[in-house]
Design a protein around this ligand. Sequence first.
Ligand code: GLN
Length: 464
Amino acid sequence: MNLEGYTLQLILKEIENGNLSPEDVNEFYHRRSADLNRVLNAYITLLDPEKSRPEGDLKGIAIAIKDNISTKGVRTTCASKMLENYIPPYDATAVSSLKKHGGSLLGKTNMDEFAMGSSGENSAFGPTRNPLNREYVTGGSSSGSAAAVAADMAPIALGSDTGGSVRAPASFTGIIGFKPSYGAVSRYGLIAYANSLEVIGILGKSVQDVSLLFKMIAGKDPMDSTSVNVELMEKNISKPRILVIKSFVELSADEVKKEFYSSIGKLESAGFEINYADKFSLTDYMLSAYYTIACAEASTNLSRYDGIRYGPKVESAGNWRDYISRARSFFGPEVKARIMMGTFILSAGYYETYYLRALQLRKIIKQEFEKIISGYDAVYVPTMPVLPWRIGNAIEDPKIAYAADVLTVLPNLTGSPAISLPVGKVREFFVGGQFIGLKDEDMKVLKVAEMAENVLQVKKSGRN
Ligand code: GLN
């Protein structure tokens, strides 16, 4: 049996029809994962298939989970030496929701350490390799979840998106990546990087697959006071009204731009209404606002890894300074750099100059976005301004990775839903395009994306 190219929906249908059993399915993904993981490094921990056959829509199908999402009794490392042996005593709400729907765990996927990165190169367990070309990055930080889905090592996966971490690797591996509205999915059990920006998201082979899983994990949770109930009714849209922000597209490399514009032509011929905005006046400030807020929140969140509350205990030379510096040496270089930047940004005298300004910027970025999108169903722009780069490049020059986030951070600043899908092809790689909507209108962007997926057919869903 070979399930290459199968969507989750097709698998469920085949189980329903009696052509597949959940055991066959889990056995296929487990075997293939064990095999391919040696080269792709998509999983940090691969679990043995469960024998029980739980009740529920997912029928026991095993799902890949990013390693910053807590799983009861299963090591959760955040791809960091700091949490190398951490075993959470509870499940994240998103994980318990999947289990309630009959889902099980396939394994925990590789990522940039503490979700800080855009390429999957910042993992303490080594980079994830792109299934489309193993010398190239997968995109990050949900690198392992994307590689696993793209290489048929998992039917579907959970990731997290703070500034693009679900959409970037989806774009670089040619799959679907959905970042729900802020708060639409509970963050309880998601190990924090930058709380005010992040959300658990889904990586899959079709928009319908992603939609199916989203409805299972969405909803207000008493354990996360920022969570909300978003409308989950299917939307009916006959002629999507789309707004393309030209100043975003112009930030992209020529080959990305060309494929992206050609996708617009196809959508227009299929009846999409395409409109253009010349510019988003705050384009130049999005990255600075994002990185200022993200680093500030990271420095606060990561202060708990001090070898006392969390993190390995270390030998002490007897004084606090020495203890802390040894305890914090388990962080990798990117994490250390961000903690230092964040601490600086929040320090007396600089707080007003940097942090408060970034918060003000975020507010006006949100206002401008709400203004520009009014009257349209979604904004449509490329997901990544560049194609995947060779493994190692962003380690030599971290600015490459920061700059690559320029088109993905907007929805995190505004709390909007955004979904990336393959819209073009360059050599062995795909070009991703993303539809961004108004906060809490998740079902609308999912519908628009599904319609676009049907028109563009860049990668056929179901059996390839
Ligand atoms: N690349 C961005 C960062 O490094 C986004 C990461 C993410 O979404 N977790 O902060």
